[in-house]
Design a protein around this ligand. Structure first.
Ligand code: DAH
Length: 339
């Protein structure tokens, strides 16, 4: 019987040693301990052994069983390590190999200006809203205190789609929409596309504005001036000088235009500011009480201020772009420089 045990041990040891992978090792395990495995068979054959020999044989089988278990475990560890080693070798990354160049796009200068202005305004408590680009004559003009045949309509050469529908010529159109739906006090800005029939080096038929509107009790021109001063300094730098000039807009009374010292020459005079040292940036004013009333806001209780930025001009100034058309041509050589 001892010889039989030895023969089985040798056979299983051979099988285990020869296993080249975990699958073959699995087969060796079945050969030993499977239902019809060699060691299982030994236990089954116990009943043919004389009773007095059984304890000895039993413990010999147990020894064999644990020896084979041990061998299987060892071999399993070895194969697993080999497998890991092989994977590490195969999946090794050569960090000296030149990489494939990924072309990253650049952020468009207009999107960048909108982000910067929105950041500054949101910090001051403004909410960002949007309005439709295809707008009614009512919101674009009438609700802004510009009735049909009013001479100030000539200030904007509008694209009409029909008698009452147009491509909005100013983001001011969003003012009335917001006043109709919001309860004061509120502070909103609306960046977006605007359209006018106008085209030269500084005008494009499609351009961008950012409208701002604050409605609250006791609003005055002083609030507007303070807010715009902070806004301009945050956008162009602390040393920026700001100039307010009287102006006219039908929706504000009084109205102002706002200039800033040229960030290129700091007021000395250069090409960008055409020698004047200042750049005209936006229109603003205290909201005309008529405009509040048209949209259902009690002008005895509430007042407001509003402002409208030209974003293309702002982007051109911040990036020293001389022709507005560059913003719309999508010339890759131009956009590359915006990275
Ligand atoms: N909507 C005016 C324009 O396009 C700009 C403007 C001026 C907006 C004064 C305002 C404002 O909100 O108060 O020329």
């Amino acid at each position: 019987m001892n010889e039989e045990l030895k023969r089985i041990k040798d056979e299983l040891t051979n099988c285990i040693n020869q296993a080249l992978n975990l699958k073959e090792l699995g087969e060796a395990r079945v050969k030993a301990f499977g239902k019809t495995g060699l060691i299982s068979a030994l236990s089954k054959n116990m009943r043919d052994v004389p009773v007095e020999d059984r304890p000895k044989l039993g413990s010999a089988i147990n020894v064999l069983r644990s020896e084979i278990e041990e061998l299987l475990k060892e071999k399993e560890n070895k194969l697993e390590n080999e497998e890991l080693e092989r994977k590490l070798q195969e999946e090794k990354i050569d960090i000296t190999e030149p990489s494939i160049k990924v072309e990253l796009g650049a952020y468009h200068p207009i999107a960048d200006v909108i982000d910067r202005l929105a950041d500054i305004c949101v910090n001051m408590g403004f909410t960002v809203v949007e309005g439709p680009e295809i707008e009614s004559d009512y919101y674009n003009f009438e609700a802004m205190n510009i009735p049909k045949n009013h001479p100030s309509r000539d200030m904007q050469d509008t694209f009409f789609i029909s008698e009452d529908i147009l491509l909005r010529s100013q983001t001011s159109a969003v003012q009335a929409r917001e006043m109709e739906t919001r309860k004061p006090p509120f502070k909103i800005i609306c960046p977006g596309k605007t359209y006018r029939n106008d085209s030269d080096a500084t005008h494009s038929p499609i351009f961008h504005q950012l409208e701002g509107l604050v409605v609250d009790e006791n609003i005055s021109m002083a609030d507007l001036k303070a807010m715009l001063t902070i806004l301009m300094k945050r956008l162009y730098g602390e040393d920026t000088k700001i100039r307010f000039r009287p102006s006219f807009f039908p929706f504000t009374e009084p109205s102002i235009e706002v200039d800033v010292s040229c960030p290129n020459c700091h007021g000395q005079g250069c090409n960008l500011c055409k020698g004047s040292g200042m750049l005209e940036l936006l229109g603003a004013g205290v909201v005309n009480p008529k405009v509040l009333e048209i949209s259902g806001i009690d002008s005895k209780k509430y007042r407001g201020f509003a402002f409208g930025f030209g974003l293309d001009r702002t982007a051109m100034i911040l990036n020293s772009i001389s022709n507005i058309k560059n913003l719309y041509r999508n010339d890759i050589r131009f956009l590359e420089q915006m990275k």
